[in-house]
Design a protein around this ligand. Structure first.
Ligand code: FE2
Length: 159
């Protein structure tokens, strides 16, 4: 017999302590968890809740070509999203430290992710020729969406 020092024993990991990109990638790779939920809606971007544990929600979304969100943030939520298939373009709107309005474009394809925090204003669109699928993780505030419009001088302004 021998003693095992406490600090060498791997403890069970709390899921909410995982980085949200890691969670999104794990769900993206585990199609058995969401393939039965997947639909394509010709009228609007489709979304379905895959999993929730009270602290974190994981959503599946599908996007036909040209489908998009409005400009929005997720209130107090933090999280991430990962592209499972297809091409999504994220437009991020913010004010630079010097007060200028800044718009950034990010083209995302299979396996690529973006992270967001409170007050992160963005718009997402399927820019590709094919349907797209993505997995989204929201923490602390759930999947709240607050609309914004883009002022060319002031930057993103809450509607
Ligand atoms: Fe969003």
């Amino acid at each position: 017999m021998f003693a095992v020092p406490d600090n060498t024993v791997a403890l069970a990991e709390r899921p909410v302590l995982r980085h949200p990109v890691r969670v999104a990638l794990e769900f993206a790779a585990d199609r058995d968890r969401w393939r039965h939920l997947l639909r394509y809606d010709p009228d609007q971007r489709f979304s379905a809740l895959i999993d929730t544990d009270g602290e974190q929600e994981t959503w599946l979304m599908s996007w036909l070509p040209g489908q998009e969100t409005d400009l929005h943030d997720h209130a107090s939520s933090t999280g991430a999203f990962t592209v499972v298939s297809g091409l999504l373009r994220e437009t991020v709107a913010r004010r630079a430290p010097d007060g200028r309005a800044v718009t950034e474009l990010h083209s995302l394809t299979t396996g690529q992710s973006r992270v967001f925090g409170p007050g992160y204003v963005h718009q997402v669109r399927n820019e590709g020729p094919d349907p797209a699928i993505s997995v989204h993780v929201y923490r602390t505030g759930g999947r709240a969406m607050r609309p914004y419009h883009l002022d060319p001088v002031a930057g993103p302004v809450r509607d």
